[in-house]
Design a binder for this molecule. Structure first.
Ligand code: PEP
Ligand code: MN
Length: 343
C-alpha cells in the first residue's frame, strides 16, 4: 500500500504514519518529494485493513494499493523520476548519458586510447569488461584484476567514471574498490543471491534485462536491489531472444517506454548487444533516445577486427565519434495533411 501524505502535512504527522506502518507489520519506505511525502508500506504478513484505516490519520491524503507486484520500483511509490549519480554523472536527469568502451579490457593501450577517444567524442562514462560471461569456456574470459587496475588508470587519465560487470558474489568487494558502478549482466538478471548481496553494496547498479525476461521479471529483479537497501539502480534494455535470426537479439524499444511508465528508475539502451551489428548502432541509438531512454551504452574498440570479444558489434573510434554527431540530428519531419490540402 502507498500512503500519500497531504502537501501541507507536518513532519510530526509523517513520523506518526511511519510508526503506524511499522506497528501494522510492514516496512515503511519514505520518499520526500518536492511537493509531498509518500510512504510505501511493503512486506507480507501485516494487517492491510489497519493500513487502510490510516486514511483517517492527520496529514494523510489517501491510502491506495500498489497495483503491481513490484513495489519500490513502481512509479506509484515515488512521485518523481529517480536520478542515479555515478561520480559526477547523473543518469536520469535532463540530458541523456552515453557510456562507451570496449566489451573487454584487453591491454593498457587499448583501454587508454579508447577512453581518451570516447571522452573527446562526448561520452561521460567508460565501460569495459574485466570478468566476462562467455557462452563458451574456451573464449576469452577477461583479464580480471589486471583489467580493474587498467580501468582505474583510465579513470585517472580521463576522469570518466567506470562501469564493469560483476558475475559472482565473491568478487563484489574487489570490484567495488575499482569501479564506480557495478553491472549485472543479462545472464545474471535473476541470480538472486547476487542481487541480494548487491543490494548491500555501496555502489550504483546497472541491471541489464535478461535475454528471456519479460518486463515484470526485470522490474522484480530491480525490486530485490531496492528492497535490500540499494535504490541507485539503472535499468538497461539490451535485446531479447525472439524468432529473428538476422540480428543477435531483438532490441525491445517499446519496453523502454513501458518501463518509464511503470517505474521511476532511469533506463538506458545497449544497441551493441541489442542488435549485434555495428551498422545498426547509430539508427538504434537515435530511436532509443526518441522513445525516451535516459542514455546509451555502446561498445567501442580501437580495432574491432582484432577484438577479443564482440568485435562485430563494436564501433571503431572514428565511427563512434561520427555516431555521436548523428545523435543531435533532428528526427524525420512528418508531412502535414493541412499543407497538402492547401497546396
Ligand atoms: C557486456 O556488456 O559486454 C555483456 C556481456 O552484456 P550482456 O550481459 O547484456 O550480454
Ligand atoms: Mn559485449
Amino acid at each position: 500500500m502507498v500512503i500519500n501524505m497531504a502537501a501541507n502535512a507536518s513532519e510530526a504527522e509523517l513520523q506518526h504514519v511511519i510508526e503506524r506502518v511499522k506497528e501494522c507489520g510492514f516496512q515503511p519506505h519514505v520518499t520526500r518529494g518536492t511537493e509531498r511525502a509518500i510512504v510505501a508500506a511493503v512486506g507480507s504478513g501485516g494487517s492491510r485493513s489497519a493500513l487502510e484505516a490510516l486514511k483517517a490519520a492527520p496529514g494523510v491524503e489517501d491510502v491506495v494499493p500498489i497495483a503491481h507486484p513490484f513495489k519500490l520500483v513502481s512509479r506509484q511509490t515515488r512521485g518523481e523520476r529517480s536520478c542515479v549519480n555515478v561520480g559526477n554523472v547523473c543518469i536520469g536527469g535532463a540530458e541523456a548519458v552515453v557510456i562507451a568502451g570496449p566489451c573487454s579490457v584487453e591491454s593498457r593501450d587499448q583501454i587508454l586510447s579508447t577512453a581518451k577517444a570516447v571522452r573527446a567524442a562526448g561520452a561521460t562514462m567508460l565501460r569495459g569488461g574485466a570478468y566476462k560471461p562467455r557462452t563458451s569456456p574456451y573464449d576469452f574470459q577477461g583479464l580480471g584484476l589486471e583489467a580493474l587496475q587498467l580501468l582505474r588508470d583510465a579513470r585517472e587519465e580521463t576522469g570518466l567514471p567506470i562501469v564493469t560487470e560483476v558475475m559472482s558474489t565473491e568478487d563484489i568487494p574487489l570490484i567495488s574498490e575499482y569501479a564506480d558502478m557495478l553491472q549485472v549482466g543479462a545472464r545474471n538478471m535473476q541470480n538472486f543471491a547476487l542481487l541480494r548481496q548487491l543490494a548491500r553494496a555501496d555502489r550504483p547498479i546497472l541491471l541489464k534485462r535478461g535475454p528471456s525476461a519479460n518486463v515484470k521479471e526485470w522490474l522484480l529483479a530491480a525490486e530485490y536491489l531496492l528492497a535490500g537497501g540499494n535504490s541507485n539502480v539503472v535499468l538497461c534494455e539490451r535485446g531479447i531472444k525472439t524468432f529473428e535470426t538476422e540480428m543477435r537479439n531483438t532490441l525491445d524499444l517499446a519496453a523502454v517506454a513501458l518501463v518509464r511508465e511503470l517505474s521511476h528508475l532511469p533506463v538506458i539502451v545497449d544497441p551493441s548487444h541489442g542488435t549485434g551489428k555495428r551498422e545498426l548502432i547509430a539508427p538504434a541509438s537515435r530511436a532509443a533516445l526518441a522513445i525516451g531512454a535516459d542514455g546509451l551504452i555502446i561498445e567501442v574498440h580501437p580495432c574491432p577486427e582484432r577484438a577479443l570479444s564482440d568485435g562485430a558489434q563494436s564501433l571503431n573510434l572514428d565511427e563512434f565519434a561520427k555516431m555521436m554527431g548523428s545523435l543531435t540530428a533532428p528526427i524525420r519531419r512528418v508531412a502535414s495533411a493541412m499543407a497538402v490540402a492547401v497546396a
